[in-house]
Design a protein. Structure first.
Length: 76
């Protein structure tokens, strides 16, 4: 499978969904597109997980200093 950017992977997933929803594919074509969709979903999940790990939150400490802190997914 080629290297995808997030937006490209989402666009391809949308194409696959449209084709599958039309219902005029053979079983083999449907399975092939379904498998591709699963792979694309995993790619998107990996990209989002990596992005989440890179997100940082600005924190202002008691002395007025601004610092970066890695986002842990919790409430700010």
């Amino acid at each position: 499978m080629p290297e995808y950017k997030y937006e490209e992977a989402i666009a391809r997933l949308e194409e696959i969904i449209e084709k599958l929803e039309q219902g005029n594919l053979s079983l083999e074509e449907s399975l092939s597109l379904f498998e591709e969709g699963i792979k694309l979903t995993k790619i998107c999940t990996k990209i989002l997980d990596e992005a989440e790990g890179r997100v940082q939150v600005l924190i202002k400490d008691l002395n007025g200093q601004i610092d970066f802190k890695d986002f842990d997914g919790g409430c700010i």
